[in-house]
Design a protein around this ligand. Structure first.
Ligand SMILES: [Zn+2]
Length: 100
């Protein structure tokens, strides 16, 4: 039998709200309120111990600005790596602490 009056419930109504609140890339620091920019897997950073973090260009740049010995992964396309380094150069370490 067909039930024409049955409402469609596949998409929860709260879905769009959670994208803003807690759906940021893994590189976003919890204390940093800035939103992501672009894909959440834009590039990877490698720290001096070999640890890696994937994220959007905004949060990778913010992470890079305060992390000695950290660099963009060598497999990152050069234009994207330059974008991240350029953004990081404009930021102080832990930019969210000074309202940047
Ligand atoms: Zn992000």
């Amino acid at each position: 039998m067909i039930h024409p009056g049955k409402p469609r419930t596949e998409i929860p109504h709260s879905r769009s709200r959670s994208v803003v609140g807690d759906r940021r890339c893994p590189a976003a620091v919890p204390k940093d309120p800035t939103p992501c920019a672009g894909p959440h897997d834009a590039a990877t950073l490698v720290d001096r111990l070999g640890g890696e973090v994937v994220g959007c260009v905004t949060h990778l740049a913010r992470h890079l600005a305060g992390a000695d010995g950290t660099r963009v992964h060598p497999f990152t396309p050069p234009s994207r790596a330059l974008d991240i380094y350029s953004r990081a150069r404009e930021l102080p370490p832990a930019a969210w602490k000074v309202g940047k």
